[in-house]
Write a protein that binds this ligand. Sequence first.
Ligand code: CAA
Length: 258
Amino acid sequence: MEFILYEQKGNVGIITLNRPKALNALNSVVLKELGQTFDAVDMETVRAVIITGAGEKSFVAGADIGEMSALTKSMGEEFGKVGNDVFRKIELFPIPVIAAINGFALGGGCELAMSCDIRLCSDNAVFGQPETGLGITPGFGGTQRLARIVGVGKAKELIYTCSNIKADEALRVGLVNAVYPLGELMEAAEKMAGKIARNAPIAVRASKQAINEGLQTDMDSALVIEEKLFGNCFETEDQKEGMKAFLEKRKVDKYLNR
Ligand code: CAA
């Protein structure tokens, strides 16, 4: 891979977007490699994935403006679809994905972070959707996910004004879960991923599926989705072991993912 680094540490997969000279901007190659990296994650052993950016300044400074500058209408639509497909793959990835946002998360960078399950950022992080200042709309899900995460009013303000917000404001509006000093961000992300990895994998996956699918529908249908996934857990060995361990007043040594 030219622009993506992948490492597995125990049960945690760590993806680093590695194009620091362009502040990890997303060109077609980065997007293609990002999708391929997710396709190659070992689903037998990896329980959570972390995405971060190379360097100490930027998570992702957006889609590549140089590449976009020459696009026609149909090519623009196609480029949007490429980004949307990869980010949707991340959103629907069966196991949790944590964004460790280590600096600029602008345009496509903010959109990438929003496709992840959980967002942790460093205290130097900056978020924004600068697209209307470039003559375009947010194109990798920003018009949809930002409103769902921070509410319609705040999303419209950020998108119409192109105002950037810093880490403390991102925390206040619920765009990120927590803020850490830059030097502690990856440790915090790995610690959270490790905590996820210790729980029953099938139950964690089913929880993600229930939340994602439930949010797409009305409450009654959503609760049926939950009931089915809840019921499925009772067929697993991990449920038997988890409850047996509780009743025997001991900790589960290791969930088996079955
Ligand atoms: N695309 C392409 N190259 C980019 C880039 C981007 N989005 N962001 C930064 N770079 C490049 C710069 O061109 C520069 O390259 P050179 O050294 O070859 O000139 C290098 O990264 C370093 O950037 P700066 O010198 O500008 O660094 P800075 O610290 O002065 O500024 C910044 C940092 C404020 C993030 C600034 O780079 C910036 O404003 N970048 C663009 C941010 C942006 O508008 N993002 C949205 C893109 S549109 C989008 O994402 C559409 C969508 O929804 C899909």
